[in-house]
Design a protein around this ligand. Structure first.
Ligand SMILES: Nc1nc2c(ncn2[C@@H]2O[C@H](COP(=O)(O)OP(=O)(O)O)[C@@H](O)[C@H]2O)c(=O)[nH]1
Ligand SMILES: [Mg+2]
Length: 499
């Protein structure tokens, strides 16, 4: 049970006052009300209720100052749940807080301490689909909302929210997959590490919201990629836990625009390449009108109607798969391989063009081409390191991304092992086998790199043999023409062909 002041949970506070409230308390308007609360006096009894969902009091720090603060077992009766009430009922104070008013210093409930009955909702979707704004409407903590098309988060971020049911709830803001190879691998690593940590703690996801801008006129490559990754992360057996949330409806002003948007919804729901298979297996689609009320309805309905689930990615990692062996990892890997092949072809084409520009002594073209070559080389380098970064075990990933989880788990294990020596032995054996497994994976990764280098070496060897053959043909043609250049070239070839 959390205590007032523990974190920035919102409260309703009833004060059994020993004196009449000053008029100031009653006169305060909706905003800035908290500035008008009179200081709590030692003789007052303050009861802290959980916040009903339609009010955001923001006075945990204030309540915790009361010497006789106690937590009410029940929420206040519905008739007290209106901001105007404090004018009629002097003993109840409600404080509203806009998002800008959220207390910045109070300690948050930590996801690292999440328990099995906590509610965790993953929020996914392309960058710019409105994830952070959506979470900001319901969370107790301020969310960074991006105003550009590049993502401002690289790892999932955790935002607590308060539900009527008293259970701890967390909304997880995830970055979108955005077509930069390095970014995409990192995003998947972050999501995988988070999901694995949850699995290790036995915390199931209560739901997954996938946000989509209804204003998008077509599904871009990036939108399709995000959807494919959603498919492979969740897995068909958990599709029923996915809710598609279309956003930005309020940007559609004319009836014609709204009509077109409705048509796009039907298309999304009915086409196999979009949401059809999800909807067929129980996914829902809801419209978010941008309001707090709408966001709350979506969350509460979503999280409370679900008994919880593990995603396919969690199950795969728990079976000991490396990230690049999971469906989501192998999807990204094959995407990277496809790009790698494409860019390698482009690179060899550019290298040929550079040779031609040099032969024609065209300096300006050569400079442009050199620039393009450098860009391609660095992209190729990035993609190779992205592929390498997916070759990781779930535990190594969690250690790298979520050290605080590892600490929490280790602490818990120490506590439990202190009471049970057989458990201590088991845990030690488990740690040892995990370490051996991690070492094996590292070795596998190293060998895969070596194998890849061998393949690259063989490809180079094949290229060199082809060029040698072509070179000999050129010399022969020069000799056939009786040109002395043939002899000179033959001397050069001896030099190039010596290993
Ligand atoms: N009109 C409108 N704008 C929105 C809505 N949700 C988000 N935005 C804007 O869209 C941009 C991207 O939103 P953000 O929440 O950062 O998207 P994210 O990348 O998915 O987290 C921001 O400029 C938001 O202000 C919405 O429901 N309606
Ligand atoms: Mg965001």
């Amino acid at each position: 049970m959390t205590q007032p002041g523990d974190h920035n949970e919102h409260y309703i506070v009833s004060r059994q006052l020993q004196r009449r409230e000053s008029d100031n308390d009653g006169r305060a308007g909706r905003s800035g009300l908290r500035h008008h609360i009179s200081p709590i006096r030692p003789e007052e009894i303050v009861t802290v209720h959980s916040m009903p969902r339609d009010i955001k009091p923001q006075i945990s720090h204030w309540a915790s100052a009361a010497p006789s603060t106690r937590r009410a077992a029940t929420a206040p009766p519905p008739e007290q749940r209106h901001i105007g009430d404090h004018r009629r009922q002097q003993h109840v104070q409600y404080i509203t807080a806009g998002t800008e008013d959220k207390p910045p210093t109070a300690r948050q409930p930590r996801i690292a301490d999440a328990r099995e009955d906590d509610i965790v909702v993953l929020v996914m979707g392309m960058t710019g689909s409105g994830k952070s704004s959506f979470i900001n409407l319901v969370s107790d903590r301020d969310v960074r909302v991006g105003h550009s098309l590049t993502s401002c988060t690289t790892d999932p971020e955790v935002y607590p929210m308060h539900l009527q049911s008293q259970r701890h709830a967390y909304l997880i803001d995830t970055p979108g997959f955005d077509d930069t190879s390095r970014g995409d691998a990192d995003v998947l690593r972050g999501i995988a590490a988070f999901l694995h940590s949850m699995h290790q703690r036995g915390v199931r996801l209560a739901g997954l919201l996938y946000l989509h801008r209804i204003t998008d006129l077509r599904m871009t490559g990036s939108a399709r990629k995000n959807l494919e990754l959603l498919r492979s992360i969740v897995g068909p057996s958990a599709y029923r836990h996915v809710t598609f949330v279309t956003t930005m409806w309020q940007l559609l002003t004319s009836p014609a625009e709204q009509e077109l948007a409705e048509q796009r919804c039907s298309q999304l729901e009915s086409e196999p390449r979009f949401w059809k298979d999800f909807i067929g297996k129980g996914s829902k689609h809801v419209k978010h009108d941008g309001s707090k009320e709408s966001a709350r309805k979506i969350i509460e309905w979503d999280s409370l109607s679900s008994r919880g689930f593990y995603t396919r990615l969690q199950q795969e990692m728990a079976r000991g798969m490396q990230l690049d062996e999971t469906l989501a990892g192998s999807f990204l890997k094959s995407d990277f391989e496809h790009l790698h092949t494409k860019w390698e072809k482009e690179l060899s084409q550019i290298e040929q063009e550079i040779e031609s520009a040099r032969a024609e002594d065209d300096k300006s073209v050569e400079l442009v081409l050199l620039d393009e070559r450098d860009t391609l080389r660095s992209r190729l380098h990035d993609i190779v390191s992205s592929m390498r970064s997916l070759r990781t075990s779930a535990s190594a990933l969690t250690r790298a991304k979520n050290p605080e989880f590892m600490e929490t788990i280790a602490r818990q294990e120490r506590q439990e092992a202190a009471n049970d020596p057989t458990l201590a032995d088991l845990l030690a054996q488990d740690r040892q086998s995990k370490k051996v497994l991690d070492d094996l994976m590292l070795e596998k990764s190293r060998l895969t790199d070596t194998l890849q280098q061998c393949e690259e070496l063989e490809a180079l060897e094949r290229l060199r043999n082809r060029l040698r053959r072509e070179d000999q043909q050129h010399q022969q043609r020069l000799l056939d023409k009786g040109s002395p250049l043939g002899l000179i070239h033959r001397l050069f070839s001896r030099y190039y062909n010596s290993d």
